[in-house]
Design a binder for this molecule. Structure first.
Ligand SMILES: Nc1ncnc2c1ncn2[C@@H]1O[C@H](COP(=O)(O)OP(=O)(O)OP(=O)(O)O)[C@@H](O)[C@H]1O
Length: 278
């Protein structure tokens, strides 16, 4: 258990010579022109560094390149310039240190929940008994005890996202890349899953890069928030969330400073100016 993860921590932890968990160094991403579609510069000169155990949210206007950055972090897409490193090693393709969680749960409908959670372990050749022990533990932790033999269609949207979280954690990744994982859920289910995520991440000292459009969610969950500009997206501001209780977002949301952070983020995203246009 890492005590630094319980209670307040405004700044990145000292990491005693260890590498950042994930870093982007001068990263550009260009999608070349295709037919009548012109070239798109999705990201420009993005440099960021996330230390082990940190939770960092990435916010920015629609289409500014957030998902593109996550794809490069996971090794599913290559950079056009610059370097992405995970645990100090350059990312050149999908790698076992990184796991993805998306808005869509992507559970396989023909597999039970336990079989879905165990899928990544199966690919790595983990023995059946060990797989079962891991999925049983994670399903309990994600409040899905007793649902291992159910199929995805038998679960609610919130339960399916819990299963997706268990599947993401099963391979014990160093870095979790989360692309709006709760955006399709109702407000209350969302808060409960945020709470579970925050507790689990703190307990297992995971590093998270989290994309969201929900500014209060970013404040509730993060150590730091990175704000991106319009496309071609680059990081224009870094905000340290100096509110106690990153492992308890339900309590953190009630802190009087949350409103000020949300207001600052709205200003940075120029949301007021956008409503004037319509
Ligand atoms: N494979 C691709 N080929 C061409 N253009 C692409 C490709 N993938 C993304 N883009 C473009 O890159 C830009 C950034 O897209 P991206 O999905 O990263 O944005 P985003 O910030 O995640 O958006 P949103 O918040 O709406 O999800 C967009 O203009 C998008 O159309």
């Amino acid at each position: 258990m890492n005590d630094a993860l319980h209670g307040s921590r405004a700044t990145a932890p000292a990491h005693g010579g260890l590498h950042p968990a994930i870093e982007f160094i001068g990263v550009d991403k260009r999608f070349p022109a295709r037919g009548k579609n012109p070239e798109v510069i999705a990201a420009r000169n993005v440099t960021l560094s996330i230390q082990p155990g940190e939770v960092v949210s990435l916010i920015g206007p629609s289409g500014c390149g957030k998902s593109t950055l996550l794809n490069m972090g996971s090794g599913l897409a290559r950079t056009s310039a610059g370097t992405v490193k995970v645990n100090g090693e350059e990312v050149t393709g999908p790698n076992k240190h990184v796991a993805f969680m998306l808005q869509k749960d992507l559970l396989m409908p023909w597999r039970t929940i336990a079989q879905n959670v165990e899928f990544g372990l199966e690919l790595r050749g983990v023995k059946a008994a060990d797989r079962a022990a891991i999925s049983t533990k994670l399903l309990a932790q994600c409040h899905l005890k007793g649902f291992g033999n159910s199929y995805p269609h038998q679960l609610s949207g919130g339960m399916r996202q819990r299963a997706a979280m268990a599947r993401t954690l099963a391979v014990d990744p160093l870095v979790l890349l989360m692309d709006e994982p709760f955006s399709a859920l109702d407000a209350q289910t969302k808060m409960i899953l945020q709470q579970d995520l925050a507790r689990t991440v703190a307990e297992h000292n995971k590093t998270v890069l989290f994309i969201t459009h929900d500014l209060a969610e970013a404040v509730a969950l993060s150590d730091r928030i990175l704000v991106m500009s319009e496309r071609p997206g680059t990081i224009v501001e870094e905000i340290v969330v100096d509110i106690p209780g990153r492992d308890n977002p339900m309590a953190r949301r009630k802190h009087p400073a949350v409103g000020d952070y949300v207001t600052r983020l709205m200003d940075l995203l120029k949301l007021d100016a956008q409503t004037d246009v319509h």
